[in-house]
Ligand binder design. Structure first.
Ligand code: NAP
Length: 278
């Protein structure tokens, strides 16, 4: 079965609209997005995020900066947004240009407004199993997808391929917090196939078009494909969907899979920040 992201995003959107209606408020929630330059991927994500948020009743502003902005100017903008009581969430579109070191900047976004888990305080909270912080939107979308389709994580053998700070690592920790038994693989893993093919649930976040073939998956397993790649100009995931489809019980497609859930998770995190802020 191909499991799509849209029903999940629609459900989260409806739930958030209802939640917002039930909250006593004298102002709407507000998200500030900081974009440096004109990267088409950033602009596309920003457009979808604004559409989703505004549909729910979240006000959005975009602060657009030139590619040659200095580290100090970027930090000054973060400071202003951190101190603005009318701003609930801040989204720093990444990667930042090379002249701005993300490893320095990430400490300057308020952890209370950090709706995509840029600040290490929020990453630490995931590791500690403290649900008061903010998780990155893509790993959260993976968890929401599994839950929506009633995949039992309790004690499940889950393999995550990829260990980036933005997807693989936090996703692994969130799965651990759901009581899954998690194995993390990466580019130095020996005999990847022998590990992935034993997993009840396989999450792939590598960035290599269709690298996961049917010999990498277990019979009747659930596969979540996080990858976004272009092969011959066509969008595809890290999993060769056609090759594994007959073997697995559920698989997310690319496009229309996990990526479709992300903006609804972003909106959910903005509402969470708003509730803490009002
Ligand atoms: P990344 O930072 O490049 O990390 C890739 C990870 O894959 C690394 O941990 C790397 O291992 C591992 N890897 C590379 N080659 C491998 C191989 N042959 N076997 C096993 N592991 C291998 O990428 P990312 O930011 O995590 O993104 C991963 C994919 O998800 C990309 O396609 C990206 O576009 C997509 N993505 C999708 C969404 C969404 O909303 N759907 C959001 C973010 C990213 P090492 O650590 O050893 O280098």
């Amino acid at each position: 079965m191909i499991i799509k992201g849209k029903p999940i995003a629609d459900k989260i959107t409806e739930d958030l609209k209802n939640e917002l209606k039930s909250l006593k408020k004298d102002r709407n929630p507000k998200l500030s997005i900081i974009r440096v330059g004109n990267n088409p991927d950033d602009i596309s994500y920003e457009k979808n995020a604004i559409k989703r948020c505004e549909n729910i009743g979240i006000e959005c502003e975009v602060i657009t900066l030139l590619d040659d902005i200095s580290k100090k100017e970027y930090i000054d903008i973060l400071d202003r947004l951190n101190n603005d009581n009318l701003v609930d969430g801040i989204l720093c579109l990444r990667p930042l240009p090379k002249n701005i070191n993300e490893d320095e900047i990430k400490y300057f976004i308020s952890d209370k407004k950090d709706v995509d888990c840029f600040n290490p305080i929020n990453m630490a909270k995931i590791i500690e199993g403290d649900r008061s912080g903010f998780s990155p939107c893509t790993p959260m979308s993976v968890i929401e997808t599994l839950k929506y389709y009633d995949v039992d994580l309790n004690g499940a053998d889950v393999c995550v391929v990829g260990r980036s700070n933005i997807v693989g690592k936090p996703c692994s920790m969130l799965l651990l917090n759901e009581n899954a038994t998690v194995t993390i693989c990466h580019s130095k893993t020996k005999d990847l196939e022998s590990i992935t093919s034993k997993a009840d649930i396989l999450i792939v976040a590598v960035g290599k078009a269709k690298m996961i073939k049917s010999n990498f998956v277990k019979e009747n397993s659930v596969v979540i494909d996080v990858g976004i790649n272009f092969e011959d100009g066509i969008l595809c995931g890290d999993v060769d969907t056609d090759d594994v489809l007959d073997k697995v019980s559920m698989i997310t497609p690319v496009p229309f899979g996990v990526g479709s859930v992300t903006t609804s998770i972003l909106a959910k995190q903005v509402i969470k920040a708003y509730k803490n802020n009002i």
